[in-house]
Design a protein around this ligand. Structure first.
Ligand code: ZN
Length: 419
């Protein structure tokens, strides 16, 4: 579509002429977007409170938004939700108006606040959560919020999990067009299935990569691999069935298949609940959800009862952390992290700690924060999960460290921080 009489100047032409830095422009536009989002949310909540929408015959604030700005129903409800949280919490309102917290982070908080069973308790930890929202990646922050919600609403989370387990199903449908496999069930079995599937996918990748290097040498890259990621996933799935059919029925599974991290107070509460039928203690929900863990090392949340069941049939390893969440040295110093030490390092974070990276820690290497060549000690306080890509970037002069509050930082060779 063209607009006669208009001269369109492409924004990026202006940037090139003015030699503006795209990164700074991105940051300032996003800050503006956060402020606008905050004002819109408050406006929607205020229109709802005053019933402004009724004047033109609208039945709800959602239809008022749909009519006024062609919003979707979902847009209207998430803004109303956020506006309600801002009215209830001056901390959230101030942070949102100052553009300190990202739009997605604000909506994650508002979603938890809208939980009818435990939302009100969110205000007890809101200062901590606003602080975390400014330092954690979105994925880490969202995990912290969902973790808080699961622990604050233990009965609700357990009921949901039980319902999913009760309704579990699996089907392999054959038709002229091929095969369609569908399965749905609770996360306790899901994390096990997913971990085994991932091991088979990794094996297919290793085999493809070896073939690619043999054929192309130093020029080997992902684009030259014989199969796509999707094709390897299907072949891995097929190989699981072949392996199952060729394994004796009572064969011992390799252990551990899945590593689970649980905070001592969470485990104790689950034990107390199981033994005496006690309700979840309010102090548990009020403590910092950054450290109240109840999940696999890759960040899949598990209800405490499932963790209790896993602890009964699996192994427990006690890991001691300091106030900043750094795992205290477990043993003698060695060159490479292996066995217990490697697992302890991977328990420190659900993902590669490089800003923006979403590789789960189960697929990462235990990295020395200070390079071993430069006198970095080989102990757990000096280590973090880094994926293979970002491990290579470390050798280009980049460095990572964890501050005394437990937040990760990555610095470029010139000392500036990647934010
Ligand atoms: Zn990474």
């Amino acid at each position: 579509m063209s607009y006669p009489g208009c001269m369109v100047v492409h924004m990026f032409d202006v940037i090139v002429e003015a030699e503006l830095d795209l990164g700074s422009l991105f940051a300032s536009l996003d800050r503006e977007r956060r402020r606008v989002e905050a004002r819109l949310a408050e406006l929607v909540a205020e229109a709802h409170r005053r019933a402004t929408y009724a004047a033109d015959g609208h039945a709800s604030v959602a239809s008022w938004c749909r009519a006024g700005a062609r919003w979707s129903t979902n847009e209207a409800s998430v803004h109303l939700r956020l506006g309600r949280l801002m009215f209830a919490s001056p901390t959230v309102a101030a942070a949102a108006h100052d553009g300190l917290v990202g739009v997605a982070q604000l909506h994650a908080l508002a979603r938890a606040f809208a939980n009818p069973r435990c939302g009100g308790q969110l205000l007890h930890v809101i200062d901590l959560l606003i602080e975390h929202a400014q330092h954690l990646s979105f994925d880490e922050f969202n995990l912290v919020v969902r973790r808080w919600e699961m622990l604050a609403d233990a009965d609700g989370a357990f009921r949901d999990e039980e319902a999913t387990h009760r309704d579990r199903t699996a089907n392999i449908g054959l038709s002229d067009g091929g095969v369609d496999v569908r399965a749905h069930g609770a996360s306790a079995q899901g994390v096990l299935i997913s971990e085994i599937f991932q091991r088979f996918v990794d094996a297919e990748f290793v085999s493809d990569w070896a073939d690619t290097v043999a054929a192309h040498g130093d020029a080997a890259c992902a684009a030259l691999m014989p199969r796509t990621h999707a094709q390897r996933r299907f072949d891995a799935f097929h190989h699981i069935f072949l392996a199952a059919a060729s394994t004796p029925p009572a064969a011992q599974a390799p252990e551990p298949v899945v590593n689970i991290v649980v905070t001592l107070e969470t485990l104790e509460a689950a034990v107390g609940q199981a033994v005496a039928g006690q309700a979840a203690s309010p102090s548990r929900a009020a403590s910092d959800p950054l450290w109240s863990r109840s999940e696999t090392t890759n960040g899949t949340l598990l209800v405490p009862n499932d963790i209790l069941a896993a602890a009964l049939i699996g192994h427990i390893r006690r890991v001691v952390v300091d106030s900043a969440g750094v795992i205290i040295d477990l043993g003698r110093k060695r060159r490479l992290f292996t066995g217990n030490q490697r697992q302890a390092v991977l328990m420190t974070s659900a993902r590669c700690i490089w800003p923006g990276c979403d590789q789960p820690s189960g697929r990462c290497q235990a990295d020395h924060l200070h390079e071993w060549q430069h006198n970095g000690a080989t102990n757990i306080a000096n280590a973090a999960p880094l994926c293979s890509r970002h491990n290579r970037w470390k050798s280009r002069g980049y460095s990572t460290h964890r501050d005394s509050n437990g937040y990760w930082h990555t610095h470029r060779p010139d000392g500036s921080e990647i934010t």
